[in-house]
Design a protein around this ligand. Structure first.
Ligand SMILES: Nc1ncnc2c1ncn2[C@@H]1O[C@H](COP(=O)(O)OP(=O)(O)OP(=O)(O)O)[C@@H](O)[C@H]1O
Length: 590
């Protein structure tokens, strides 16, 4: 099972690499320039020990002053070039990295905007935001810093190895045997040191715990006169703490010394063999000094490259989390050759609709409904009956699994998605206002609305007097740091927002939250005015709304079980009559 998982993860990471490379493609020119800078700055970094060799051999031993001038100037030039190439590598790689990250972030956000509600409602928004922020930042580290480290340190590592081999291949081979063994011993010792440190901390913790326990229960200790026993316990723990500490310190002190001896021993061995080569004339003193210099240069790449692996893993994991979201299909796909509806009459047909959010768990089953232009239809039913789901199919928030929804005889899946939604006004149950002015909120999604249109919509929604009473009128800010609006006021702004675009179809989900009787009446009037001349579907909870509808549709477990006007349905004494009497009961109790 775990092998299967490993295999899957490897495959996923392989794909992740390829996918990341695709994002780099538009910036290949700058990427190659950055890599060229990295290569040159790494080469510059490994030249100084070679110059040191010449200083020792040619200047100090041969007393060549011209060479001294040349080498002094050379060192300055090398570091100057290194600084220029380092600047280039950092600037260019960050440019590429930031561009890639910007592309991924924008693509991710665009994708999230189009993602199915099914997925969005299932996911935690915090998690999605963290993918846009945290994961993208971790990925940015991979694309910039980790790539720089990987390229620069790998080139430095290889270059140092080559220089070591050129300088003295015999000594180099011995070094390649001695150094890994030393590194291994050092690694084991440092792990042991960490462990000892941890054990000492634990022992100390126990001493503190005993004192804390006894002091916090001091009343009991005194009441039972157990001070001496507690003191003995404390002394005992201190003794064992002392023993553990001394034992730990012994190991600590021994290992610290041993580590130094091993390191110096390895260096001494290399010096001893190298020194014999110098004495025997197989190598020059400068070569030996340069060799030791190169050994010093080897430390940084080994240290950085061992960390790069975890940086790459973290970056790839972040990329996987980002691609996981990008892989989620958008579900509602715009048609290839869309029909753009210019004038909508507002006729709606649901033809044999079946819909399930998951598998075959049908939320709507076999819905057939014809709604005439300008008709006002109230949809009622118990909670969870499928009312919201049914109306969500009209603007294509979801597509049905079977059957089709038509507007003026056109299957909505054939219509241009943007214009379809522009012809539909929606008032949700719990309207959300965006940060901005009241005018901005009313004209949201309708940038062509003039101030007169906004005022008219506010008037029809019954919010005009309230807005005028505010010191800044329509320019009053809402939301954070703005004016706080009541539920009823927000509802009416949402009604104004839905009708400012003069939609032919209006979908309203009545608020179920308790509003006082006066506000309920105001909202009802606003809704009635908003519905005038439009095909309207209202998910109705209030008796007044239901009574005024041309037709009432009763949904029960995803099926239309009753249909007709208020009087007819009451006479039938079925589900509607039942719902109605329940509401009447609640109302009279209130
Ligand atoms: N995004 C979703 N994913 C999975 N199941 C969902 C989703 N939205 C709604 N449901 C389920 O579908 C069923 C119908 O929900 P729907 O919101 O359409 O009912 P409703 O009649 O409008 O209810 P209410 O009056 O409470 O708003 C419910 O059982 C609900 O749990």
């Amino acid at each position: 099972m775990s092998r299967l998982k490993d295999k899957f993860l490897n495959v996923a990471s392989g794909n992740t690499y390829m996918r990341l490379v695709r994002y780099l493609r538009p910036y290949l020119g700058r990427l190659f320039a950055a890599i060229a800078c990295m290569t040159l700055s790494s080469v510059m970094a490994v030249l100084p020990p070679w110059l040191l060799k010449n200083i020792v051999d040619d200047v100090l031993i041969q007393k060549d002053l011209f060479m001294l001038n040349f080498l002094a100037l050379g060192i300055v030039l090398i570091y100057l070039c290194k600084a220029v190439f380092s600047y280039g590598q950092t600037y260019l790689m960050n440019w590429v990295g930031q561009k890639v990250i910007m592309d991924i972030r924008v693509q991710l956000y665009d994708h999230m905007q189009k993602m199915s509600f099914r997925y969005l409602y299932k996911s935690r928004i915090g998690d999605l935001i963290s993918r846009i922020t945290n994961d993208v930042m971790i990925l940015q580290n991979l694309v910039t810093n980790v790539i720089i480290d990987l390229v620069v340190q790998s080139i430095t590592f290889v270059a140092v190895i080559i220089f070591l081999l050129i300088l003295n291949w015999r000594l180099a081979v011995i070094t390649f045997v001695v150094l890994p063994i030393t590194a291994y011993v050092l690694n084991v010792a440092s792990k042991k040191l960490r462990l000892v440190g941890y054990e000492i901390q634990e022992e100390l913790g126990r001493v503190v715990a005993i004192a804390q326990e006894a002091l916090s229960a001091i009343r009991i200790v005194r009441s039972f006169a157990t001070e001496d026993e507690e003191l003995d316990k404390f002394k005992g723990q201190n003794k064992s703490n002392f023993r553990a500490l001394m034992h730990g310190m012994q190991i600590h002190a021994f290992l610290e010394g041993a580590v130094e001896v091993i390191l110096i021993g390895a260096l001494a061995l290399i010096l001893w063999i190298g020194g014999r080569d110098v004495v025997a004339g197989r190598a020059t003193p400068g070569e030996l000094i340069a060799f030791i210099g190169y050994l010093g240069l080897l430390v940084q790449p080994v240290r950085v490259l061992s960390k790069v692996v975890s940086g790459v893993q973290r970056g790839l994991a972040a990329a996987d989390r980002i691609f996981e979201v990008l892989n989620v299909s958008t579900e509602v796909r715009p048609p290839r050759s869309p029909i753009v509806l210019k004038d909508v009459k507002g006729m709606i047909d649901f033809e044999d609709i079946y819909f399930a959010y998951e598998d075959k768990n049908w939320i709507l089953r076999g819905i057939n409904l014809h709604i005439c232009p300008g008709e006002k239809v109230a949809i009622v039913g118990h909670t969870g009956a499928g009312k919201s789901t049914l109306v969500d199919l009209i603007p294509r928030f979801y597509d049905p699994n079977q059957g089709c929804v038509r507007i003026d005889g056109h299957d909505v899946r054939q219509l241009d998605l943007k214009t379809l939604r522009r012809h539909i006004g929606i008032v949700p149950q719990d309207p959300v206002l965006l940060k901005g002015s009241i005018a901005y909120n009313i004209a949201y999604g309708c940038p062509w609305a003039s101030r007169e249109d906004i005022v008219e919509a506010a008037d029809r929604a019954g919010i005009l007097d309230f807005v005028k009473s505010l010191p800044r009128g329509f320019d009053t800010e809402v939301g954070e740091r703005g004016v706080t609006l009541s539920g009823g006021q927000r509802q009416r702004i949402a009604i104004a927002r839905a009708i400012v675009r003069n939609p032919r179809i209006l979908i309203m989900d009545e608020a179920t939250s308790s509003l006082d009787a006066a506000m309920e009446q105001h909202i009802h009037e606003s809704m009635q005015r908003a519905m005038e001349g439009r095909t309207s579907l209202i998910i109705a909870h209030r008796l007044s709304t239901v009574r005024n509808a041309d037709r009432i549709i009763v949904l029960e477990k995803g099926e239309i079980v009753e249909e007709g006007d208020h009087g007819t349905l009451l006479k039938r004494e079925g589900v509607y009559a039942n719902l109605y009497s329940l509401q009447m009961g609640e109302k009279s109790r209130a």
